[in-house]
Design a protein around this ligand. Sequence first.
Ligand SMILES: NC(=O)c1ccc[n+]([C@@H]2O[C@H](COP(=O)([O-])OP(=O)(O)OC[C@H]3O[C@@H](n4cnc5c(N)ncnc54)[C@H](O)[C@@H]3O)[C@@H](O)[C@H]2O)c1
Length: 316
Amino acid sequence: MVETFLVTGSMGCIGAWTVAHLLRQGHIVVSFDISERRDRLNLLLNREQQEAISFVKGDLTDYEQVKTAIEVHGVTRIIHLAALQVPFCIADPILGSQVNVTGTVNVFEAARHSGIGHIAYASSIAVYGPPQRYGRGLVAHDAPHDPRTLYGVYKAANEGTGRIYWQDWGVSSTALRPYTVYGVGRDQGLTSEPTKSLKAVANGQSYDISFGGVMQFQWASDVAQQFILAAQEEPGGAHAFNLGSEPQSVAQFVDVVRDLRPDAQITVGKRQLPFPTGFDDSALRQHAAHVYETPLNDGIRATLEAFEAADTAVTG
Ligand SMILES: NC(=O)c1ccc[n+]([C@@H]2O[C@H](COP(=O)([O-])OP(=O)(O)OC[C@H]3O[C@@H](n4cnc5c(N)ncnc54)[C@H](O)[C@@H]3O)[C@@H](O)[C@H]2O)c1
């Protein structure tokens, strides 16, 4: 069934992928973003394809703008991705809370008053604490939150907002918690360096990834499709699920790149990010009709090819 999706943060990495997949699935897309920069969309959709999108230049911190976008366009589904990432929240904590926390309340409130009963939104593994806070192995999906960044505090607050909107007003929600998302369009945020290294390789340049350690890599295409499914499935309740994948070291990520492009010049730093190595996604597997999990090798290959094609388009 064709539906009308509001995608907040549609100019961002996951947002652009989400818009691209929604269009391919034949849905109507309302893009809501404070930015009008189409760089990431341009990597995934040509101008003709983008003509199908209704673009709203809107500020999430303004409730009326969110509500109006929903009403004017007859929105039936919401995927809420807009946020300021870790470095931007450090640089401006007040704006960070306005966008990430108040902005999320605005989306829930607008949904409630527009009769939209369910929201899919982006949380993060940043709601959890440092590795030593938990035992060995994958961190359970209901392990205690213990965020050590304001960004993580804001995401944890949003999960609380989701719980109360279900409890008090019956607006259900599904939050997904990505870890290290990679793929074209991933050009900012704490864990964007593996993708930046792929872009450098595609451009024939070297790259130093400043951190090492083990983490879960998730291809932006898969993450976007999981958000679409999360918006379509209305389970009742307020859910928050970890996204999974086999934990891999940054060095293993680079090994895959070298297998595909033997000339790749990438170094890996010794710094460890303050996150556990992996999070259990079994709750998502029980809940979702499908889990999108493209093997790392295939996701990296597709990303390299897309960056190489974009480079050829510019220089060729
Ligand atoms: N990328 C990751 O690895 C990762 C990991 C965990 C969680 N997440 C979460 O997933 C979501 C999407 O991440 P991303 O990587 O696509 O982020 P991104 O930084 O690429 O995009 C965020 C988008 O939000 C928009 N935005 C910012 N302030 C706004 C405002 N006031 N009003 C409207 N739009 C505004 C920006 O213009 C941008 O286009 C975010 O909520 C992020 O916190 C991402």
